[in-house]
Design a protein around this ligand. Structure first.
Ligand code: NAP
Length: 420
């Protein structure tokens, strides 16, 4: 990098990728980080100390992360100028170094983006939003058996209603589009709509759907998971969400025939008992999926779904095991991955050293797993679990637990380090 605002890790090396697209991580990888806005600096400081301590303890100095600060959001505007909330240099650094982590970002009003987070995902072609949801013992949860939940949600990140193609009711664009829509609808014998309506477009392509589903199936096969569920609303939206389901089954049969079996085949050919070495491919309509995840979460494992369904389901699933404060997330594309806290900037708590850094710490755990540094990842998870089970928690968990000791954000990180 030739930008002096980005002080390149002088003693680090760049992550490379093998022919299967898996990261090849040197002993001192350069990992860019975006601190984030609002509570970002607090939770990032906590996360970094926990990650460094776990790596040091796991590898005794033989491995270490060369952190590289890059900028987005308010800090980028200070460093690069008011109109540069997402500088080119930041995008280049993530592309070049391949694996990065970020805190939450505020989208500046009038900054030229609907959302910095959506822009980062779309510009960098991070086509899968991956959200593992698993219960951390000791966390207060609203259901009787939160420990039954262990799913990884793969949400399509590029299109669907997030494409940003919408026009207000009564605008010239909406009217013109709706006139065309009505003309086509009449020709096909379908009902027409009022030309005074607002209109939004829901594009869903085979290319984007298939590569997302492929990543989900590969993950399930590699990690010995039992099933991949295609979650869709294809009973109503036949050519978008219905096609997502059909493309998924087609891909499974064409590219993974030795590794998967469809739910229908389990009934027809295997007397209802799937062969142990096969991943079962099934599908569920979105509304049923929400019920099933609440009532019979053990039957679900990896879930692949279009953008909007995935947005709703991942937050609902996180709430089921105790909330967004502990939900990790990653945006993954080909040869690049950006790990992130799933909550926002909680501006009212900015600079108070108060909030729960768990979501970003667990995103760091996922990053370490992605890098193959499993020992450090396991160490952090064990340390976090031990800390929470001893009742040492931040305010958000303390207010739901009896006899908990409320810690500041930095004290919680310190307790995790002591419990590693
Ligand atoms: P939010 O920042 O997630 O905060 C909503 C509430 O969630 C907080 O008031 C707090 O609840 C709780 N919370 C969030 N993070 C927490 C943490 N680490 N520890 C404990 N509690 C936590 O949502 P928002 O207020 O709707 O959004 C604020 C800004 O964040 C907006 O500018 C939005 O655009 C941005 N945002 C960014 C991202 C991202 O960068 N990925 C995602 C979502 C939103 P209590 O008040 O009950 O304590």
């Amino acid at each position: 990098m030739k930008d002096d605002r980005i002080s390149a890790g002088s003693h680090g090396e760049t992550v490379t990728w093998d022919e299967r697209g898996k990261p090849v991580v040197p002993a001192r990888p350069i990992i860019p980080f975006i601190e984030g806005d609002g509570i970002g600096p607090d939770i990032w400081a906590a996360t970094r100390t926990v990650m460094d301590a776990a790596v040091e303890k796991s590898y005794g100095g033989e491995k270490g992360i060369a952190w590289l600060e890059i900028f987005a959001g308010e800090k980028a505007q200070q460093a690069y100028g008011a109109d540069k909330a997402l500088p080119e240099e930041t995008l280049e650094a993530i592309s070049e170094y391949g694996i990065a982590i970020k805190g939450p970002l505020t989208t500046p009003v009038g900054g030229g983006f609907r959302s910095l987070n959506v822009a980062l995902r779309q510009i960098l072609d991070l086509y899968a939003c991956v959200r593992p949801v698993k219960y951390v013992p000791g966390v207060p949860a609203p259901v009787r058996h939160p420990e039954w939940v262990d799913v990884v949600i793969f949400r399509e990140n590029m299109e669907d209603v997030y494409a940003g193609l919408e026009w207000p009711a009564g605008s010239d664009e909406a009217r013109a589009l709706l006139e065309l829509v009505n003309e086509k609808a009449q020709a096909s014998g379908l009902g027409t709509v009022s030309t005074e309506s607002a209109i939004g477009i829901k594009p869903m392509s085979k290319h984007n759907s298939v590569r997302l589903i492929r990543m989900a199936i590969e993950y399930a096969v590699e990690h010995g998971r039992d099933s991949v569920t295609l979650m869709h609303k294809g009973n109503i939206m036949k050519y978008t969400e219905g096609a997502f389901r059909d493309w998924g089954y087609e891909l499974a049969a064409d590219a993974f025939s030795d590794a998967v079996v469809s739910e229908q085949d389990v009934v027809d050919r295997f007397e209802g008992r799937p062969p142990e070495d096969r991943v079962v491919i099934k599908d569920r309509i979105a509304d049923a999926m929400f019920q099933q995840l609440l009532l019979r979460p053990q039957e679900y494992d990896v879930i692949a779904t279009p953008n909007l369904n995935g947005d709703y389901l991942s937050d609902a699933a996180a709430a089921q095991v105790g909330g967004l404060g502990l939900a990790p997330g990653a945006n993954i594309g080909d040869r690049r991955a950006l790990f992130e806290a799933t909550h926002g900037t909680a501006p009212k708590y900015a600079g108070m050293d108060k909030v729960n850094p768990g979501s970003l710490i667990l995103s760091g755990v996922e990053m370490l797993r992605f890098m193959g540094w499993t020992e450090a990842a396991d160490l952090i998870l064990a340390g976090l679990t031990r800390t929470i089970s001893r009742g040492l928690v931040t305010y958000d968990l303390a207010r739901q637990m009896e006899n908990a000791t409320e810690l500041k954000c930095s004290e919680f990180a310190q307790a995790i380090r002591e419990n590693l």
